[in-house]
Design a protein around this ligand. Structure first.
Ligand code: CIR
Length: 255
């Protein structure tokens, strides 16, 4: 969670048509822009250099730049998002990564993996199987990670949850913020866990960046829990991006 750099992508006007599991109404473009602008500012305030990529109208979900790639200080991996309308985002992101990283590995075309399913911890990179990340994609990704010298582990995402990281985030070297339903699966048995209060499940996609933890401002009980545990919480508005099933990790690639 110590980062010097992030990549973000400006929202396209088409973001209002972003994918979602349950329709709670379209987000407004202006609202998404406001949330994204605040996110960029929070990153800068956390001491991170921000590269802002231009909007891609043809890809409504392309603001969620975390999904088509995975980055580390030692190199980047171009992923293969597991939903038809997002696969092309990888192709557009690849040349940007080749400019910025010496080592860039392409996930082989044998399977699919979304960045939202991948959680980097000090022990290993956890790859969550989901409706977007299949076994073949996860195994191919393990081989790519091994090339970068990274240990990895394949785990499962709870049924009906979009991404593995929809339900968890790293708070520090040994602590996870996690929903009760994901904690129950035992995947974090080797970690300390803080369980998200019932009814605030969407708060689990928080984001630790250097000294701060960004948390959705719609989740006061989670904020209070984390503050009591000693974390330096920065509340961030995620109401509009939440309507297209996104949280705080989705909007950046971090290294
Ligand atoms: C999607 O369904 O792909 C987008 N509407 C939301 C992606 C959120 N990304 C993430 O959690 N990494």
């Amino acid at each position: 969670y110590h980062f010097n750099s992030v990549i973000v992508r400006e929202p396209a006007r088409s973001v209002v048509n972003g994918l979602r599991a349950d329709d709670r109404g379209d987000p407004t473009y202006e609202g998404v822009v406001a949330e994204h602008t605040a996110y960029i500012q929070a990153m800068r305030d956390a001491g991170v250099e921000v590269t802002v990529l231009p909007a891609l109208e043809e890809f409504p979900d392309s603001i969620f730049v975390e999904d088509p790639a995975l980055v580390f200080p030692e190199g980047a991996i171009v992923l293969r998002p597991g939903t038809e309308t997002r696969l092309g985002e990888a192709e557009v992101t690849a040349p940007v990564l080749r400019d910025m990283f010496e080592t860039v590995i392409d996930l082989p075309e044998t399977g699919f993996a979304d960045g939202g399913d991948i959680l980097t911890t000090p022990k290993a990179v956890m790859i969550g199987l989901s409706a977007r990340t299949n076994q073949a994609g996860a195994e191919a990704l393990q081989a790519c990670l091994a090339q970068l010298g990274r240990k990895s582990e394949i785990v499962t995402t709870p049924e009906g949850v979009l991404h593995f990281k929809t339900d968890c985030s790293l708070l520090d070297d040994e602590t996870m913020l996690v929903t009760a339903r994901l904690a129950a699966s035992g995947v974090f048995d080797g970690f300390k866990t803080i369980i998200v209060p019932e009814g605030e499940e969407a708060a689990a996609n928080a984001l630790r960046v250097n000294d701060v933890v960004m948390v959705g401002s719609d989740f006061p009980r989670t904020i209070e829990t984390l503050e009591k545990a000693g974390y330096n919480v920065v509340p961030m508005k995620t109401t509009e991006i939440g309507k297209v099933d996104a949280g705080l990790s989705c909007m950046s690639l971090r290294w």
